[in-house]
Write a new protein. Sequence first.
Length: 59
Amino acid sequence: MGVATTEFIDAAAVQSKALGTDPAYVFVPHPVQDRSDDEMRQMADDHLEAILALLVRKA
């Protein structure tokens, strides 16, 4: 299970296809490097449910 920014959607798809895998990803808005701590906490809160759902899903 991975978390990446939307900038990496296409790259993740290409890499997954090349490796023959289907990893679980949650994509968050790009960029993140200039966000404040409060903005990062809010982004984590906004995506926590999706992240938890992927972590507990059955294969």
